[in-house]
Design a protein around this ligand. Structure first.
Ligand code: IPE
Ligand code: IPE
Ligand code: MG
Length: 243
């Protein structure tokens, strides 16, 4: 494929991508921001700032590739257990993102959605989210899902609770109670920073997702790394239990 905006090795590698075999939904565990900063003698939060830039670039490239859904694990339920200053920095980064990026998202027809327990977030953030979701709701090119105050088990528990209102006890009924029921399961999940774990992300949805782990730290996750992950994905044989 020729992908607009790609340069050098990334552009060269992208030529081997098969458009028809691209994932529809790619999920990211954006890990390694803290280590990226510490390695350079910066405070951890510097890594989060750089990480936000990486996300911006990944979203742009995804849109250009024609990927329809990108889910980014931005803040987990467990992340509240970090030092107060780091949590505050992350919340402020989110405030900044919601304020500054909405215009760009709208312009590029990108719809923003949040998955997670929004009602536990500070009220001003809830308002900013509502506004951003509303303003970008007509986006039809790509849907960007930020998993915020998200936990896979909490989502499953919420859906289980929702089942009380259902007459039918089926997978379809259960799915209706997930945060974003209409979103197809991820085809590919990419985790950076070398950790080979799921950390309570999308537990229900990743039943048949292809997993890709890279030692690259999230702020260093380049276009080239992204294309490499997509090429790896395209070499896999998805079987869904069949022969
Ligand atoms: C991921 O980077 C970002 C968030 C969890 C918000 P980390 O902050 O977990 O970075 P490491 O894993 O400590 O390097
Ligand atoms: C997962 O990364 C959460 C996000 C990327 C937001 P963590 O860094 O929190 O996960 P663990 O603690 O290494 O499992
Ligand atoms: Mg981490």
């Amino acid at each position: 494929m020729e992908v607009e905006g790609l340069k050098g090795k990334a552009a060269e590698l992208a030529r081997s991508l098969i458009e028809e075999k691209l994932p529809v939904h790619v999920a990211f565990i954006m890990d390694g921001n803290g280590r990226w900063a510490q390695k350079r003698g910066f405070p951890r939060v510097k890594g989060h700032e750089r990480g936000a830039k990486t996300l911006r670039r990944v979203v742009k490239v995804s849109a250009r590739l024609g990927i329809k859904y990108v889910t980014a694990f931005s803040f987990s339920k467990e992340n509240w257990n970090r030092p107060r200053e780091e949590v505050d920095f992350l919340l402020n980064l989110l405030r900044r993102y919601l304020k500054n990026e909405v215009g760009t998202l709208k312009k590029h027809r990108i719809k923003l959605k949040i998955a997670g327990d929004k009602e536990e977030l500070p009220e001003d953030i809830q308002e900013k989210i509502e506004k951003a979701e509303k303003e970008t709701s007509s986006g039809d090119r790509l849907e960007l899902i930020l998993a915020l105050n998200y936990g896979g088990r909490a989502e499953i528990l919420k859906a289980a609770k929702g089942m009380a209102e259902e007459d039918e006890f089926s997978m379809e009924a259960f799915r209706r109670h997930l945060y974003l029921p209409y979103v197809p399961d991820p085809d590919l999940l990419i985790r950076t920073s070398g950790e080979m774990r799921i950390s309570n992300f999308l537990l229900w949805q990743i039943a048949y997702t292809e997993l890709y782990f890279t030692p690259v730290l999230w702020p260093d996750f380049s276009d080239e790394e992204y294309i490499k992950a997509l090429l790896d994905y395209q070499r896999r044989e998805r079987r869904f239990g069949r022969i």
